[in-house]
Design a protein around this ligand. Structure first.
Ligand SMILES: Cc1ccc(Nc2c(-c3ccc(O)cc3)nc3c(C)cccn23)cc1
Length: 109
């Protein structure tokens, strides 16, 4: 695949992940974590590089990814940040795992 086809595929994957179809599990990941509003001021002690799917979409639109792997790494950063902060068994951790599984399935296409 060339970079243009990779970008088009990446945009479709993020469009799907952020769609209403998964609205019950994607909402904590659509925008930057609002650690003030969520009253978790210590969030940045756990997470050195915040990332969210909205920011990934913006980076795709602005040609900020040199290759598909950089896109993939940012999406996995969203999930790994989630697991670093939200302990196993918590709702948000479980939502992250569910959405990550959907992401991995979409990547098989
Ligand atoms: C006291 C407390 C405990 C856990 C949370 N997690 C959390 C997160 C979150 C998502 C990604 C991430 O990397 C970190 C946090 N998003 C939310 C939302 C949207 C509602 C409720 C809880 N949420 C919030 C407050």
């Amino acid at each position: 695949k060339n970079i243009l086809q990779d970008l088009a595929f990446a945009k479709q994957v993020v469009k799907d992940l952020t769609s209403k179809k998964y609205q019950d599990i994607n909402f904590p990941f659509l925008e930057p974590v609002d650690y003030v509003g969520l009253n978790i001021p210590h969030y940045l002690d756990f997470v050195k590089t915040p990332m969210d799917l909205g920011t990934v979409q913006k980076k795709l639109m602005n040609w900020e990814y040199a290759n598909f792997d950089e896109f993939y790494d940012d999406v996995m950063l969203v999930f790994n940040n989630c697991y670093a902060f939200n302990p196993q068994g918590t709702d948000v951790h479980i939502m992250g795992k569910s959405l990550e599984n959907i992401f991995k399935e979409l990547m098989k296409n």
